[in-house]
Design a binder for this molecule. Structure first.
Ligand code: SF4
Length: 629
């Protein structure tokens, strides 16, 4: 909310000329960075970065910074977000920044607003390679450099967004940022990783980073007693109490004696563990359970619990949030998905080694999930001799021998290989060129070496070149042909749903998640937010119906350009087939549809996979259209 509650103020900046102006949109026509972002993306190929209407308000989790535009790696419209970063963005007195055009030289963008005056905007040319090599290196060095250069000009601590070499050398570079406290960069890094908006910022707009902040205070909704009343009416609880309840998993869950996505997911997954580039899906339940118990419960998770949970090393993302979901060990922040793809998926089961590999990827500024999936795939090919180490510019094959796996030594060996592969992705003349993405690279390798190379690579495909490593859950929802994949615009529960129904459920989830993203609300608060937001929009803006309508329109707009491509790799198909078998044989699910699908997959895997994929697709499309079927 800003000076005028019923307006969205967007700073439009053309990097080519440096020309900028503030454009206003009526709340009611647009509501936030997603619905306005898609409008500007299709009109100008803009990258829109912005806060939701509730940023700066009393609602917990309302300060995510949202990034929206055409993704360089997915090749469709995409939405990515970063925790807490909108709290300081709100001090600029605008709702969004929309970038078009490319700065003639790589630059840092400086935005400041001091005491109600106009926003100061400066584009300062820099030499990225020189900065990436300084201090904490890569992404972190860009933040440090920006703070060093511009920090003294801010009255209150600013925040900086930054990219690393991955933004230059790949299509899936992330944008990173850590809160600044008393002029110092903290270690609690937050990421807009998915969708490669770091690559977009660097390659299409010529920016290495953006530093922003100010003193502007606007009329955000801060009436706690009124908010409490709305919570009371809906949940019979006050706001803080309800929020504490719904964020238990992310803080500390006594059911599992751990907390955060890393702790709770690993504690709860049991035989659903995914390791060694998903090879575990072919194992028996006993073997998977054994791996989970020996390497995860007794080592990887145990270390995490001792080092992070028991010592209460937990922080927030930059906004005062009771979930304190950022689980730290010194300077390393632990989330499930990066520590899964650059952990067990690569044959790494120790915290020290996972920290090393994750930190290397973070410094370089990769989307951690996608790069972890790519590393695991390359290691799989190396292990089976489909590619030689020399061809990838490295000196070894991974140690993936499960029977005699040395959890310390072999994890170290694999982490070192992972780091060497990362270097090949970002060194000039490196052997793993990912400028046009890993799918294109896989396709090239498959032409030279045979399709089995591509068949090991687990990714979702969009249009001709778009790709995305799926979320790390063994469930068909993660492989569903949604117009946006790789985030939680889908049903990722472990239960079996017939594919047509799965498609519909994905669509329902997408609508809810879009609502959160368009308002910049952190999804970890979704258990109250999804229920209450329509009423909040009514109570504050008087726009509930228009808000909900616009959500449907936005979802149908995104879905009308759904260019998802049927699973290209055999392992994608196997993820679904083994999921079905596992549900029946291990979990004892009894459903006529599951029997029918298993039978179909057993008779003709490709035909069944194709049919399954299309059934999900039908379910999605019948829901996400202006007039649902
Ligand atoms: S749950 Fe975590 S990411 Fe979300 S607002 Fe709270 S601290 Fe930030």
């Amino acid at each position: 909310m800003h000076d005028n509650k019923h307006e969205l103020k967007v700073l439009m900046l053309d990097g080519t000329t440096g020309f900028y102006r503030v454009q206003r949109y009526r709340v009611g026509d647009f509501f936030g960075p997603v619905d306005l972002g898609i409008h500007l993306a299709f009109k100008h190929n803009a990258l829109t970065i912005g806060a939701g209407l509730l940023a700066g308000s009393v609602f917990p989790g309302s300060n995510r910074l949202i990034f929206a535009g055409i993704s360089p790696c997915w090749h469709g419209f995409y939405v990515s977000s970063m925790g807490g970063a909108a709290l300081i963005f709100d001090n600029l007195g605008i709702n969004m920044l929309s970038l078009i055009g490319k700065a003639p030289h790589p630059s840092l963008l400086y935005l400041n607003r001091n005491h109600g005056e106009e926003i100061e905007v400066e584009l300062v040319p820099v030499v990225p390679e020189r900065i990436w090599d300084q201090g904490r290196k890569g992404v972190y060095a860009v933040m440090e450099h920006a703070i060093h250069l511009f920090g003294p000009r801010y009255e209150k601590d600013p925040r900086a967004l930054a990219v690393g070499p991955a933004a230059r050398d790949s299509d899936f570079g992330a944008i990173g940022s850590a809160p600044v406290k008393k002029g110092e960069l903290t270690h609690v890094d937050t990421w807009a990783g998915r969708g490669g908006f770091g690559s977009k910022l660097f390659q299409e707009h010529g920016l290495v980073g953006i530093i922003y902040g100010g003193t502007h205070i606007d009329e955000d909704f801060r009436d706690r007693s009124v908010a409490d009343q709305w919570f009371q009416d809906k949940f019979n609880q006050r706001m803080a109490a309800k929020d504490m309840e719904v964020t238990t998993k992310y803080r500390y869950d006594p059911k599992f004696n751990t907390g955060g996505t890393f702790g709770v997911n690993y504690a709860a997954m049991d035989g659903d563990i995914l390791a060694f580039n998903y090879r575990t899906i072919y194992w028996s339940q006993e073997a998977r359970r054994d791996l989970h118990e020996r390497f995860i419960l007794n080592h990887y998770l145990k270390q995490f619990n001792q080092e992070t949970i028991q010592t209460k090393q937990q922080r927030n993302c930059g906004e005062p949030c009771a979930a304190v979901c950022k689980k730290m060990h010194g300077r390393f922040k632990k989330d499930y998905e990066p520590y899964q793809t650059m952990g067990p998926l690569c044959g790494i089961f120790g915290q020290r080694r996972a920290e090393q590999l994750n930190h290397h990827a973070d410094r370089l500024g990769f989307d951690a999930i996608s790069v972890g999936g790519t590393l695991a795939w390359l290691m799989d090919c190396l292990d089976d001799g489909l590619i030689t180490p020399q061809e990838l510019g490295v000196d070894r094959v991974p140690k993936w021998e499960v029977a005699n796996f040395d959890v310390v030594g072999d994890s170290m060996h694999n982490a070192e290989l992972g780091m060497a592969l990362l270097d090949q992705m970002t060194q000039p003349g490196g052997n793993i060129p990912l400028q046009f993405g890993a799918r294109k690279f896989a396709r090239r390798l498959a032409r030279e070496k045979g399709k089995q190379v591509l068949d090991r690579f687990v990714y979702n495909a969009f249009a001709r070149q778009g790709w995305m490593v799926p979320n790390q859950y063994w469930t068909p929802g993660a492989y569903a042909p949604m117009a946006i994949t790789g985030k939680y615009y889908m049903h990722y529960g472990r239960d079996f749903l017939p594919p047509r129904e799965l498609g519909r459920e994905n669509a329902r989830r997408m609508l809810k998640e879009l609502m959160l993203d368009n308002l910049g609300i952190c999804r970890f608060h979704r258990a109250w937010a999804e229920t209450l937001i329509p009423d909040i929009m009514e109570n504050i803006f008087g726009e509930k119906d228009a808000f909900l309508n616009s959500l449907n329109m936005t979802a149908s707009r995104i879905t009308s350009r759904n260019a998802s491509v049927f699973w290209e790799s055999e392992r994608n198909m196997d993820m679904v087939f083994t999921f079905l078998k596992n549900k029946k044989e291990t979990d004892g699910v009894s459903h006529p549809e599951i029997d029918r699908w298993i039978d179909f997959f057993t008779r003709d895997r490709h035909a069944a996979a194709y049919e399954f994929w299309y059934e999900i697709h039908k379910g999605i499309h019948e829901m996400l259209r202006e007039y649902p079927v």
